[in-house]
Design a protein around this ligand. Structure first.
Ligand SMILES: [Zn+2]
Length: 1048
């Protein structure tokens, strides 16, 4: 650690400042030897986040920036082995990642604790600045032709997956129209397939030389950083690279800032782009505008506010008119892109194909109309104030809030730090608060309603989809003919040689020269728990906060669990049990959720319309929502994030929305329409569908998470839509019945996360909710999710469904079997280590499945609540081969033919530590974990610490034992259930191969898993349509809800 005498550093301090809206200090350093820049954001918590960003500019579609990003992980000057960086990171409680944007490339290092971060920092930087960039690395990672004559390579396959996407095709055409030839923003930095096929290793090396210079590199470090130690590490790192990087005085043209300025648009262009899609019913409108100069923070801020005013919520004018009233689109969304002149993108989704041009015109008509009439200045001020509250909240509660601003400053800000300094305050908002209506209207017409723009109408085309497929087939065939048998064999040999060169085994000494860092520098954030009402039955607590709670003594039996943290904000959560909702009404919960906050209410006998409700809600809150509870989706959870002075207002809102909402046919119809619009999209996704079928098979009908599955919604909502037309009163009375079943004292558990000492009446305020409830009932116990498992989940085995889908080109699989189902199960620690070992980046599954191209991803999961153990294969050209490769790994580790790698075992344990830190990076999340552990899971607040002790003592023999008794059964037909979704042409081979392995696969259509919960169509109605669906395309579910969420 730091010596007594401060070492000489070449890093000068550019500036240090505190922000006046968040408890954060920012320090900026710059190396006088290389020009490398460092910005440190001090923040408390267990996580340390690193972003190493380079401004990258290129004037072609070669994909050099993106391919380089991949190649940097393939080894560096002193670590000449692929995967060594990730293996080191694993051991040091860290993970790495990277992305390539149009204007920059960023590498991330995400660690638990400073010590682990500090250990990886220099090796990682060496990978970025001095990568090996070998020919063999380029060959496998970027592009090659394999022995069958197909084009392959990691980056090539990645771009193949997105190049013909609707959004990619539309945005590329928009960029081509907005930026002239030779302007870097025009190009696809990910690489277009045609260019990737001819990209050379030399071109990539040249790009690296040009762009990856220390003076073009900015490190952003966020967390509990030891500044002195960091500067020492960087100083030493620089000593080692000085001879290999350009001198600080060498000429360097700063990307973007010193490039030609983008000319303004001379005219408005409306263009059409076709995208491949079999369902030709709806498309999208996308509009791009140039905005103000990126460093004019006042105007940039005004733009954000104006866009919120126009399309931030269901009451803002664009969304309210085009979506809620005229139903021309399912959503109006916007985003701004940081460029020297900021770009504004507006998009309208799910627009009827024949109306695309009209809707684009309607959008501008509406914008001009808005600019010509008087603005709602009260709402404008609400938008400003809400924006301010949200920034303050996110600055406090999201671990890496400042990273984006710092990276953007590195790209476009002044080198002297003056633009970065603008992050010190939010004073722009004060100026905007006094802007006159006239100023806002001028601003709106200048930048949007009267501004030249580029509009792209995205038109779905079945013909294009077929054309692309047949052209690609023809191209590959021509390529194979050209190469001939001998040529292909030669390529096969070349590929094998490259792989052998890349996959040289990493000498163990390289890994073991790095000691596993201690965990002392991982500082979890403490919270204080207190209880009131029925929550006290969970045990007496004696602490200062409990005394505060007890002082506000009151006979209020409502279950309230408090978590005290030194926050400036208050989070209120109401957890609601769904067990009293009748089974046949469970699917209607989706509509209840969707409608909950966008509904009229009754207040003092008067009906208040939904726009007024939303406006008031936005005024009183930072955010609000109702969704399935994250840790147990059988429960619902209402969340309010507010400032402390709105404590009672939020409780009143809870009461109002639960009890005084008015179910309104028009509003219910609007919600159903939006939900139905989302279903076709969900139905096209192979992974979503595999998860949906998996959920339909493994949950019982009483499970409310099953009832919200898309395979239920697809039928049920259609019929509700019809019922709303024919017998609206039936639907309304069913909604009332749901309300009665949910809104009961015995279903309610409250969680308050706040600086409890700042709340005037932490307990008695809740009278506002509880006063009209029958509080004499005992609390309805929280059942474990086990109670909702189907028979197939209780006794898994001998069940296999293969579901062909015409909308996908690959395959997906889920295997499910039984495992330990309690938090104190003796096998649990060994199972945690085993799964962490198998799933690790560069671990057995990664190498055997992803590394061989058998699937994009695969992994094991375990849900401690249900006990189910799952193996999933994501996007595979052949799930059977991926399954076999995985099984071979597990069997090999059991038999000993594949020995356990000791450094990787250490890495597996480190990863468990890191995951615990990932769950609770901020004080808000630490409080949430405490509540979930105690109330939802019924385990102790510090269960993590207790299990960690056991995890550290796990021996290899114990791991082998769980591999044999728990993990292997997930891959065996007699003990596991198998669900596969696949491209239709794969069906035959998959059935044959799985059969040969002992499974008894049954081919079933996706629609056969649909369930309407007994809500039948009227005679003659609906059924024809459902029949059609069967052959054509199939159904889905929202992944997060339907899939069994897993902890490991
Ligand atoms: Zn990539």
């Amino acid at each position: 650690m730091a010596g007594i005498e401060k070492q000489k550093t070449h890093f000068k301090t550019v500036q240090k400042f505190k922000t006046d809206y968040a408890p954060v200090e920012i320090a900026q350093y710059e190396s006088e030897r290389t020009g490398m820049r460092v910005v440190v954001v001090d923040q408390k918590g267990p996580k340390v986040y690193g972003y190493f960003a380079l401004a990258t500019e290129i004037h072609d579609d070669s994909g050099s920036p993106h391919t380089l990003e991949h190649l940097c992980f393939m080894g560096s000057k002193s670590f000449r082995y692929k995967g060594v960086l990730d293996k080191l990171a694993n051991r040091a409680y860290s993970s790495t990642n990277a992305w390539t944007a149009t204007d920059h490339t960023a590498y991330t290092l995400d660690s638990a604790g400073w010590e682990g971060f500090a250990q990886i920092l220099a090796p990682y930087l060496e990978h970025v600045l001095l990568p090996t960039l070998t020919d063999s690395g380029c060959y496998t990672e970027v592009h090659h032709i394999d022995g069958t004559g197909h084009d392959a390579g990691v980056v090539y396959s990645e771009m193949q997956g997105v190049q013909n996407d609707q959004s990619e095709l539309m945005s590329l055409q928009a960029r081509r129209l907005m930026y002239p030839e030779g302007n870097g923003f025009r190009y696809e930095t990910g690489g277009m397939m045609e260019q990737l096929r001819v990209l050379t290793a030399d071109r990539i090396r040249e790009f690296h030389r040009e762009m990856y210079q220390p003076k073009n590199l900015c490190l952003v470090l966020i967390g509990e950083i030891d500044h002195q130690n960091m500067l020492e590490i960087l100083e030493k790192f620089e000593d080692g690279i000085l001879d290999e990087v350009p001198a600080i005085s060498a000429p360097f043209k700063r990307p973007w800032v010193e490039s030609d300025k983008t000319p303004a648009l001379k005219e408005t262009i409306v263009d059409t782009v076709h995208f491949p899609e079999d369902d030709e019913s709806s498309g999208e409108v996308m509009v791009g505008f140039f905005g103000p100069d990126v460093n004019d923070t006042l105007l940039i801020c005004a733009l954000e506010i104006l866009l919120t005013y126009l399309c931030g919520s269901s009451v803002s004018v664009l969304e309210n008119t085009l979506v809620e009233k005229e139903a021309l689109a399912s959503q109006v969304s916007y985003y701004t892109e940081t460029r020297p002149d900021v770009v504004v993108w507006l998009s309208l989704s799910s627009v009827a194909t024949e109306k695309l041009a009209d809707v684009e015109e309607r959008l501008f008509q509406l914008l001009r109309e808005t600019a010509s009439k008087s603005l709602d200045m009260a709402y404008m001020r609400d938008c400003i104030n809400r924006f301010r509250r949200q920034i303050k909240f996110y600055a406090e509660s999201s671990g890496d809030f400042f990273s984006e601003a710092v990276i953007e400053d590195h790209l476009y800000g002044s080198r002297d730090g003056s633009d970065l300094r603008k992050n010190e305050s939010l004073e722009e908002l004060d100026y905007l608060e006094v802007w006159t209506e006239e100023q806002w209207r001028k601003f709106l017409s200048k930048w949007l309603s009267d501004a030249h723009h580029v509009s792209i109408l995205g038109v779905p085309s079945k013909a294009l989809s077929q054309k692309l497929k047949s052209e690609e087939k023809a191209r590959v065939k021509a390529q194979r003919d050209r190469l001939g048998e001998e040529g292909l064999k030669e390529l096969e040999r070349k590929l094998e040689a490259a792989k052998a060169e890349n996959d040289k085994e990493i000498p163990r000494e390289i890994l073991e020269q790095f000691k596993i860092p201690g965990t002392d520098s991982i500082h979890f954030i403490p919270t204080t728990t207190a209880r009131s009402g029925l929550a006290k039955k969970m045990g007496d607590l004696h602490n200062d906060i409990q005394m505060v709670i007890d002082k506000d003594k009151l006979d209020l039996p409502l279950f309230i669990h408090f978590e005290h943290i030194p926050s400036n904000f208050v989070t209120l959560k109401l957890v609601i049990s769904t067990t009293f909702v009748a089974t046949q009404l469970q699917p209607l919960l989706s509509l209840y959720l969707m409608n909950f906050f966008t509904t009229p209410i009754s207040r003092n006998g008067k009906k208040i319309d939904f726009e007024q409700v939303v406006t008031e809600l936005e005024k009183d809150t930072i955010s609000y929502g109702l969704a399935p509870q994250g840790s147990n989706p059988e429960l619902l959870q209402i969340d309010f994030r507010i400032e402390p002075e709105k404590h009672e207002a939020a409780i009143t809102w809870l009461r109002t929305m639960l009890f005084d909402s008015v179910f309104d046919v028009t509003r219910l119809k609007a919600s159903v329409t939006k939900m139905l619009a989302e279903i076709p999209d969900a139905k096209r996704d192979g992974d979503n569908m595999a998860a949906a079928v998996n959920a339909m098979v493994h949950w019982s009908p009483e499970s409310s998470s099953k009832a919200r599955n898309t395979l239920v919604k697809a039928l049920y909502l259609k019929r509700i839509d019809r019922l709303l037309r024919d017998e609206p009163e039936t639907v309304i009375s069913q909604m009332e019945s749901i309300r009665k079943s949910l809104c009961r004292f015995e279903n309610f558990r409250v969680n308050v996360i706040a600086n409890i000492e700042m709340l005037a009446k932490p307990v008695s305020s809740w009278k506002l909710l509880a006063s009209s409830l029958d509080t004499t009932k005992p609390l309805n116990p929280l059942e474990s999710r086990k109670a909702y498992l189907s028979d197939a989940a209780r006794n898994p085995g001998n069940l296999a469904y293969i579901v062909p889908m015409p909308t996908i080109d690959s395959s997906f699989a889920y295997l499910t079997a039984k495992g330990p189902s309690s938090y104190d199960h003796p096998q649990l620690p060994a199972l945690m280590v085993a799964l962490s070992y198998l799933n690790a980046v560069e671990g057995p599954m990664w190498v055997a499945v992803r590394g061989t191209g058998l699937a994009y991803g695969s992994g094991f999961g375990h849900n401690k609540d249900t006990g189910l153990v799952k193996f999933s294969i994501y996007r595979s050209p052949d799930v059977f081969k991926a399954y076999e490769a995985a099984k071979k790994q597990v069997e090999g580790h059991i038999s000993g033919t594949m020995p356990f790698d000791p450094p990787a075992l250490d890495g597996a344990i480190s990863n468990i530590v890191r995951r615990f830190a990932d769950e609770q990076p901020t004080m808000g999340s630490a409080a949430a974990v405490s509540f979930t552990n105690q109330v939802i899971y019924g385990i102790s607040k510090d269960w993590n610490n207790a299990i960690l002790k056991q995890v550290r003592d796990v021996k290899v023999e114990q791991i082998k034992e769980v591999l044999q008794s728990v993990v292997l059964p997930v891959l065996q037909p007699e003990s596991a259930n198998l669900i596969v979704t696949c491209a239709t042409i794969m069906e035959e081979d998959l059935v044959k191969n799985f059969k040969a392995s002992g499974f008894r696969p049954e081919v079933r259509s996706l629609s056969s898993f649909q369930d309407d919960y007994g809500l039948k169509p009227k005679e003659g109605e609906d059924d024809a349509e459902d029949g059609e669906e069967e052959g054509e395309e199939d159904d889905g579910s929202e992944g997060s809800e339907a899939s069994d969420d897993e902890d490991d």
